[in-house]
Design a protein around this ligand. Sequence first.
Ligand code: ZN
Ligand code: ZN
Length: 364
Amino acid sequence: MKAKAAVFKGQNKPFEVREFDVTKAPSGYGRSELIASGVCGTDIHIYRGKLDTPADTVIGHEFVGKLTDCDPAEASLFGLKTGDNVIADIAVPCGKCLLCRTGDDANCVNMQVTNGENVNRPPHFYGGYAEVNYTPLSNLIKIPETVDPVAAAIFACPGPTVIHSARLAARAGFDIGPDTVCAVQGLGPVGCFAVIYLKGLGVKKIYAVSAHEDPKRSELLKKLGATDVLSLEKDGEEGVTEKLLSENSGLGVDLCVECSGAPSAVNLGINVLRNRGLYLIPGQYSNSGCITLQPQMITFKALRFIGSSQYSVVDVRDYLEFLRTHKELEPDILALGTFYSIGEVNKAFEDAMVGKNIKTLLVK
Ligand SMILES: [Zn+2]
Ligand SMILES: [Zn+2]
């Protein structure tokens, strides 16, 4: 049996679709067949050469599949068996560095990944953009039977990313709850999930803010929990600022979540936060340039800033538990996906890069 993989060939080069033999899972690994595998903003940064990644690898870190081959005894140690739907988490923290030892293994300074091997080395299928995937059993997380695995694939990375940032907020003593008024900047997959998750946490209001006006996306976001959807294009920066500053008797919003990746978004966030408000920043994942900001605003308003870049297995588990307990959201979540076969990977990337889809996914 053979299966296809989309092979990364280097900065701005088309992916090469190649076929490789499908073999038995090596000891300690599970072999899974593709259900859906998302294209992440990070993958677009890799494609554009903003994150260093060698050619002849299978990129993609949002693989969701069905476990079809593994050693039953080994798998049972991780609560897995063939036939389970799984998310493959690529992160392998070292367990020894300062960050790992102090509860921050999501930000391990010696982080390894499971998808970094050269594709020519058997068993070939290490990354997400392939019809088959081999991942260490320790990095496979079972999707509950009642959760649609395609729905789980939509936010396989943005979901845990948002949940981890909220975890860091809680650790810092910031309570996100029924009195919290929030602004979410950027309405890509991370922003969409932030809206869904904040709604799930029962916050008072969620303003979703985007650069461009997109009536279809606005409708979807309102369905998913946004109180109001604002855009710089329609409302102007002044209009958006005025609206957000009207909260808390003119002080501004309690929490701002930066999911746009646009450096210019940060000044808006600083301006609309109330004194002692929290700025959560999971969205600036690569160097998109500099901005001028007034540091005295941070001091004078006594703002809190928390950056958050990755996540741990525990965040993936919490994400799946969130989906399990919010089944009613499944149809609306599924509506956010646009699907392409592995053979259509270059078309999928082209569309993803011009922002044509909310979430781009590869399927068999
Ligand atoms: Zn990702
Ligand atoms: Zn470490």
